[in-house]
Ligand binder design. Structure first.
Ligand code: NAD
Ligand code: DAU
Length: 352
């Protein structure tokens, strides 16, 4: 296999850290450069085990800074980009849309321009892989699935900014022949997820006997995928996906929020050796998210049939592993839930 120099953006975040770890360990012949701004969501503790490996480099930088991105690309001569850096939390996009427009749209355009300029004389063997979300497709009713042909219908500032970046990536393929590939994935769960998202937030609250905030009636449905299975899909699509194509990635694992929380409470009671029903008493229904999408469900048959991907874990096993990880990571959890997190938590939840 040839030597490649790959820039992974957002590698210090939740999914990015799993992708970096997979590529650094599985492909010692590749040079992996992790480009990350280290926002509140990025944390080098997530990659502590890779720090001294010869095929791993970290560069702190902001993809919104056009001059910095251009200079970096001129200097580093990347063969490929796997682009995960983003503002990723829907609730934060509702209170501060502009940050999402800057990072998710302008940041992506800066990377596209830099790649286009660097690769313009020879695009052979180059790859710009854009990681996106199922939320660009909008909200489903009780039936049906998102396929790669579902029309875009984003409904939050977050999903609109991701949809916009997806369109731009495809436009650079059609207009400039940039060798792009896009994947749109459903909700991820697993280790290193920042505890603003439902599962780690609930784990942290249950651990401390704090209320578990469930938006509305808890009837919204999400399709959950173990993060390492997303990383394995990214590996497969990076190496075997067709340029110009889109691949949907999903867990075929739909849960109503309230059912998922009850399931999580049961696992927490078992692992913390609390009496059955202790954690469920913490469930608290709070004001719904504005514009809350009802249901997401992915049809990932293209990825399974064309590239042979399949998820490795059942949800019960993945959820238990995830809870065990959070319970064993006292230092990580208290580091990320101190300081700014407390201000965020207060402004997000005390008004509900
Ligand atoms: P995350 O919020 O955990 O991590 C985002 C990372 O991007 C952080 O390390 C952050 O420091 C970095 N970053 C943010 N702004 C930056 C900037 N301007 N310049 C450089 N780095 C910057 O996000 P995540 O949940 O790991 O999601 C990663 C990607 O996957 C995103 O593009 C997201 O839209 C997509 N995605 C996420 C999910 C999910 O369930 N979490 C599902 C499908 C797709
Ligand atoms: O579908 C993929 C998307 O999944 C990704 O693109 C996003 O980056 C990721 O954040 C996630 O978005 P969601 O909004 O679905 O995830 P979140 O964990 O914020 O919420 C999951 C569900 O739980 C959603 O219906 C809202 C609800 N919820 C969330 C929080 C944080 C609650 O009921 N209470 C909460 O406190």
């Amino acid at each position: 296999m040839s030597r490649l120099k790959i820039c992974i953006t957002g590698g210090a975040g939740f999914i990015g850290s799993h992708v970096v770890r997979l590529f650094v360990n599985k492909y010692p012949q590749y040079d992996i450069v992790n480009l990350d701004k280290l926002t509140y969501a990025g944390n080098l503790m997530n990659l502590h085990d890779l720090e001294d490996l010869p095929n791993y480099t970290f560069i702190k930088g902001d993809i919104v800074d056009e001059v910095f991105v251009n200079e970096l690309f001129q200097e580093q001569k990347f063969d490929a980009i796997i682009h995960l850096a983003a503002e990723s939390h829907v609730d934060r996009s509702i209170s501060n849309p502009l940050e999402f427009i800057k990072t998710n749209i302008l940041g992506t355009v800066n990377l596209l321009n830099a790649a286009k300029n660097e690769w313009k004389d020879n695009m052979e063997g180059k790859t710009f892989y854009h990681i996106s979300t199922d939320e660009v497709y909008g909200s489903l009713g009780d039936t049906g699935f998102f396929t790669e042909d579902t029309a875009y219908d984003p409904r939050s500032p977050y999903s609109s900014s991701k949809a916009s970046s997806d369109h731009l990536v495809r436009a650079y393929h059609h207009t400039y022949k940039l060798p792009v590939v896009v994947s749109n994935c459903s909700n991820n769960y697993g280790s290193f997820q920042f505890p603003e998202k439902l599962i780690p937030l609930a784990i942290n609250n249950i651990k401390h006997f704090r209320p578990i905030p469930v938006y509305g009636k808890g009837e919204n449905i999400r399709d959950w995928l173990y993060v390492e299975d997303h990383a394995s899909a990214i590996d497969l699509i990076f190496h075997q996906g067709k340029k110009g194509e889109t691949y949907n990635i999903g867990g075929e694992n739909e849960w109503k929020n309230i059912d998922l929380i009850h399931r999580l409470c049961k696992v927490m009671d078992e692992l913390l050796q609390r009496a059955e029903g202790t954690s469920a008493k913490l469930i608290t229904f709070v004001q719904d998210r504005a514009g809350h999408d009802a249901r997401y469900a992915i049809d990932c048959s293209k990825l399974k049939n064309e590239l042979g991907w399949k998820p490795s874990l059942q949800f019960e096993e993945g959820l238990k592993k995830t809870v065990q990880w959070y319970l064993s990571q006292e230092e990580w959890l208290s580091a990320v839930t101190s300081g700014d997190y407390l201000n965020y938590y207060e402004s997000q939840y005390t008004k509900r």
